[in-house]
Design a protein around this ligand. Sequence first.
Ligand code: SF4
Length: 337
Amino acid sequence: MSETFCGLIGCGDRAGDETEYALNDYEGPVARWCPGCGDHSVLTAVQKLLVAEQLKPEETMFVSGIGCSSRFPHYLKTYGFHGVHGRALPVATGIKLHRPDLTVFVVMGDGDCTSIGAAHWVHAIRYNMNMVAMLLDNSIYGLTKKQTSPTTPRGYKTNTQPSGSYLPPLNPLSTMLGTTNVSFIAQTAEWIPAHLYATLRAAYHHRGLAFVRILQRCPMYTASIYERAVKDPSLVELLVHDDGVLVPELEKIYKTRRAHDPASLGDARALAEDQSGGIPSGGAKRRSEEQSQDRIRLGVFFRDENRPCYDEIRRPPRVSADERIALLNKELDKYAV
Ligand code: SF4
């Protein structure tokens, strides 16, 4: 790498950088999530993506809020910001606006994104900035030891609602697909690594905010929720289309498939609503924590790369290193005596 380049403030010349990055260029310390936690699988898929895309560690940023999955930036050798509860998206927005050259990933849990951060979540969808946002949805507040979150299934017993969650869960897919200027919504599952990786790769290549809801097992507090779907592939329906996610190696295992053109917002909304986001909602027949979902639908629900991106509209003018120094000297000259 050119010695004249500063990754922190984006100044200098990186011409001639022939570095080839390997997995250990991205791997941080050993992750401290529980054994069997789905977060491990997501971390592996993301590291694989970083290698495949040869993303420069010094130009890659992971922003998180608070929660189990928000420890993500600690386990990577890229830049990272482990921030405040529910505030990952506004922090990422600020970073991307001022450093559009950086690749920005946002990592949130269901409590972080859909509860405390819900106001930021909706507006981030509308702002449609060029970032990848991952919602690691385990349907519970894990870090605070089994508290009901907005996506906890109705009837599921938690420490805050020991008789069972009272309300139908919030459907993150429907919420996002109903938001103005939405441009990419996908759902995948961490226990199907090939689909997870293919979805993250499609998200990375999308222009605009690519939002991926990742269904995530929490063996500590919500082990039963996805148990049936993990054991029985027929309970998983894959959305397939040339503009979506195609994973040929899964064809023999996951045979329940549905052709879906992600260009259709109306169809995407209908598909998202129909499955209640993959989580049981109760409805007329109240379900218990031992009853898992009937069907999980995975794939790209919606994609439109022609929607306006706030960071492209409001992009600050690029200033060279010499121009920055000149501006700095001009300011300092004001105080010359
Ligand atoms: Fe993972 Fe659940 Fe353990 Fe948190 S509590 S690290 S989500 S298994």
